[in-house]
Design a protein around this ligand. Structure first.
Ligand code: TRH
Length: 392
């Protein structure tokens, strides 16, 4: 029988939408492009529903676009060998139920057990990618699989048709205008600098809005509902509900409803500049081939600043304006002007470099394509582990 036929992916939603966003994208690709029967175990259906409106909240089991979804409620349960899958993946080191692990040890052959890790540009990743870890009691080995930016890592998540879809969309101005028109973007706004904004609540949005408002370039900023809510409220002078919009000086802000995942790609493709955050939207911005600013997920002891610097060093060591803007956006540096970040200057330097940054985005995207895609790389690794196991 060919391997693999079945795969179980366990996702614990720690925060927001990235955990389920990545797992859902990954699960769909495994099913659609590799014809694997995937079961996605997820503990938070409400977050899931935000990016995939088809999810029904009170179902224990459901099938969406060919992927079986199981509501993962607790760590209880006794599992039979027949309940398991050929490949078992824990996302971000979430602990899978002990009963499931016990059953894995009884399987022959054992499932390929992988821990899919988070994305970082730090160099140590290459040394840890695909490392084994033996279970302390049972005869089982789990392997670590790291996404990444080099050929010595697992690469980035990317569907096989993504590039073609993007090129088609971006070469069709009418399709882009129609797409943005559903959010109220007018023909005049189409000619402005279009920016999508997705960030954590502590991003200095109010200060940037002020710089944009007083700047010489017309900017249309599209913000999904709930994002940067306080700053949007200050700007609009009213609650930031989907459909709300307001123009002040050179800046128009439009609040959109949170879009379904495939439409989020289109939003990134249609804008001239994207502010993204976390992991999944960050990767999607890289595939969009457009300039982007990343708001990294905050970690204790400012560990995230180290990760941000590692990425900037890899991505744009030669573009000072992009690095300064990104560091200030993340509170990692202050461009001092009387003790305050000087956003008008940061923005005008960044803006002047936008054509150069746009070129960089395309080059980077091509470079990342050469590393293959995470899903295919992971499956290849799983197949190699299985054939090694068969030899022993
Ligand atoms: O939502 P995020 O901040 O998610 C995460 C989590 O906090 C997680 O715990 C942490 O580990 C990780 O960041 C680093 O950001 P992210 O990763 O970009 O995920 C957002 C998802 O939501 C992504 O799949 C895109 C999707 N999305 C939509 O589908 N529609 C929208 O309108 C927007 C703005 C996003």
């Amino acid at each position: 029988m060919s391997f693999p036929q079945t795969l179980h992916l366990f996702c614990r939603v720690v925060d927001n939408y990235g955990d389920i966003g990545i797992c859902w994208r990954f699960a769909r690709q495994l099913q659609r492009e590799h014809n694997i029967a995937v079961t996605l175990w997820v503990d938070d259906l409400r977050s899931f529903q935000r990016i995939c409106p088809e999810v029904v909240l009170d179902l224990e089991e459901q099938k969406i676009f060919g992927v079986a979804i199981r509501h993962w409620r607790d760590q209880e349960g006794v599992f039979a060998v027949s309940d398991l899958a050929d490949i078992v993946i824990e996302f971000f080191a979430c602990d899978i139920p002990p009963g499931y692990i016990t059953a894995m040890a009884e399987c022959n052959p054992r499932p390929v057990w992988l821990n899919l890790e988070g994305l970082t540009a730090e160099e140590w990743v290459e040394g840890c990618h695909t490392l084994p870890s033996s279970h302390p009691r049972l005869s089982l080995t789990k392997h670590f699989f790291f996404p990444g930016f080099t050929e010595k890592t697992g690469g980035l998540l990317r569907e096989s048709s993504l590039e073609e879809q993007r090129q088609q969309f971006q070469s069709d101005p009418k399709a882009m205008a129609e797409f943005l028109a559903q959010f109220g973007v007018t023909a005049a706004e189409m000619a402005s600098t279009k920016v999508s904004l997705f960030c954590y609540p502590d991003a200095p949005v109010t200060a940037l809005f002020e710089a944009w408002q007083n700047g010489a370039t017309a900017i249309t900023c599209l913000v999904p509902e709930g994002v940067a809510a306080d700053s949007i409220q200050v700007f609009l002078g009213a609650e930031a509900k989907a459909g709300a919009s307001f123009t002040r000086g050179a800046l128009t802000v439009r609040v959109l409803s949170f879009v379904a995942q495939p439409d989020y790609d289109k939003l990134l493709w249609a804008c001239d500049l994207n502010f993204v955050r976390g992991e999944d939207s960050w990767v999607r911005a890289q595939w969009a081939g457009k300039p982007f600013i990343w708001h990294i997920y905050p970690q204790d002891e400012n560990l995230h600043h180290k990760k941000l610097r590692a990425f900037l060093q890899r991505y744009s060591p030669d573009i000072e304006s992009l690095s300064s803007f990104s560091l200030c956006w993340n509170g990692a540096e202050i461009a001092v002007d009387k003790g305050q970040t000087d956003w008008p200057t940061l923005w005008s330097l960044f803006q002047a470099d936008m054509p150069k940054i746009a070129h960089k985005s395309v080059d980077w995207q091509q470079k990342m394509l050469a590393n293959g895609d995470l899903t295919s790389n992971l499956l290849q690794f799983a197949v190699s582990l299985r054939s090694e196991a068969a030899k022993n």
